[in-house]
Design a protein around this ligand. Structure first.
Ligand code: NAD
Ligand code: MG
Length: 385
């Protein structure tokens, strides 16, 4: 079997580096063909020397010469800038894109890859939150799979293998609850970024770690699931499961529930998506039922963690509302990470932006781009006030 050539967009991130670990552990199955990073030139250079891709992109144009010179003794082509991401995504030289960029920035390159018929291993959930209808339609037209990397969606995807046209009654997305599970607003108002960045079960990039602490992540995941699995609003339930052993469940129309379980380790859904439909043997630690364990489940507290309620509302309204929610949230999270606003202010920014930006029921791609820009500007104006 020829090796699958993977294009890792966001190779220096939490998902990207773990995808490279999977490639390093399975050199007979995969090669890293394209690597991209935004600012971390030194790690990108190190990865390029180790994995010898044909092409790398450094987003930050100020870093172009550093990367170019460091790789001058190799055949690796070096590009820079936002447009280069789309151009490189359009190359024929790879077999699958691992979409590991964080945020809205991942949308355009992923769209390009779909348009030229490349299968996608999708970590970048924001792509589906912003323009899920267009992404799924284009993927269907090109007959290419979008295989989720997000652990919950990978779980559901795995539960659906072999089920053909059997109808889903509902899915249950599990949530760890994040570091502030059980806390109330009087505690959250004083939360600082260092505390919010400590997730109990997963080690991830800064943005998704904050989203996990506010439960926005689970809201984004509900919207992601709606598009991936063609579900309606009332078919998606969230359950807090602090141990993160059951990664999610599907309930079929006969009432039967299927769950996918295991220790929390993103390398598992990453390698599953990259190798699908095969499974790859590994030595990752196994979950042990003989050790004392309790698996517990609770309803999420949407009155305290209002971001989840806002995301559910955006999903119910549809149109460009999830795009507005996502843009405002990105601005709010980065402002919180720069200590510009408090933990609960993030929700205010999202709520006010959703109330202000014009609703469009069936937006086209350009309208999504415009909505994103308008929502960002408005959200930023709230923070500078
Ligand atoms: P991260 O911050 O660790 O890495 C992000 C990557 O994207 C980096 O390589 C960075 O260089 C690149 N990047 C950042 N901004 C960019 C921009 N403007 N243009 C181009 N590239 C840019 O993030 P992460 O935790 O790896 O998450 C990546 C995506 O995967 C997110 O959408 C996240 O929601 C999703 N995800 C992550 C995890 C996890 O365990 N980390 C789990 C599930 C889903
Ligand atoms: Mg997840």
């Amino acid at each position: 079997m020829s090796k699958k050539r993977i294009a890792i967009f966001g190779s220096t991130g939490s998902i990207g580096t773990q995808a490279l670990d999977v490639i390093a552990a399975n050199p007979d199955l995969f090669t890293a063909e394209i690597l991209t990073a935004q600012t971390n030139d030194s790690l990108l250079i190190k990865q390029a020397i180790q994995f010898n891709p044909s092409t790398v992109v450094i987003g930050d144009e100020k870093k172009y010469l550093i990367v170019k010179e460091a790789l001058a003794h190799t055949d690796i082509k070096v590009f820079s800038g936002e447009r280069a991401l789309e151009e490189v995504a359009s190359l024929d030289a790879y077999d699958m894109m691992l979409a590991g960029i964080v945020g809205y920035a991942g949308l355009k390159p992923t769209l390009r890859a779909i348009e030229i018929g490349k299968p996608i291993a999708l970590a970048n959930k924001e792509t589906l939150v912003v323009a899920g209808d267009i992404i799924m339609r284009k993927a269907m037209e090109k007959r290419i799979p979008i295989i989720p990397v997000d652990s919950e969606h990978s779980a559901i995807f795995q539960c659906l293998v072999g089920e053909g046209r059997n109808k889903i009654e509902k899915i249950i997305l599990t949530a760890s609850g994040g570091p502030f599970f059980g806390k109330k607003p009087n505690f959250l108002v004083n939360v600082k970024k260092d505390h919010a960045l400590q997730h109990p079960n997963w080690s991830m990039g800064a943005k998704i770690t904050i989203d996990s602490a506010t439960l926005m992540n689970k809201g984004l995941e509900m919207i992601e699931a709606k598009w991936l699995f063609n579900l309606s609003y009332d078919q998606i339930q969230v359950l807090v499961h602090p141990q993160s052993i059951i990664h999610s469940m599907v309930q079929f129309e006969d009432g039967s529930l299927k769950a996918q379980m295991g220790l929390p380790d993103m390398k598992l859904p990453i390698q599953y998506a990259m190798a699908f439909p095969q499974r790859i043997a590994n030595q990752f630690p196994r979950y042990d039922f003989k050790k004392p364990n309790t698996l517990s489940f609770e309803e999420p507290d949407t009155k305290t963690f209002r971001n989840l309620a806002l995301a559910m509302e955006a999903m119910r309204l549809g149109g460009n509302m999830p795009c507005i929610l996502n843009a405002a949230n990105e601005i709010a999270v980065y402002a919180f990470l720069r200590n510009r606003i408090g933990f609960l202010d993030m929700t205010e920014v999202v709520e006010q932006t959703m109330a202000r930006i014009s609703f469009i029921e069936s937006p086209g791609l350009e309208e999504y781009f415009e909505t994103d820009g308008e929502a960002r500007n408005f959200a930023a104006s709230l923070i500078h006030m």
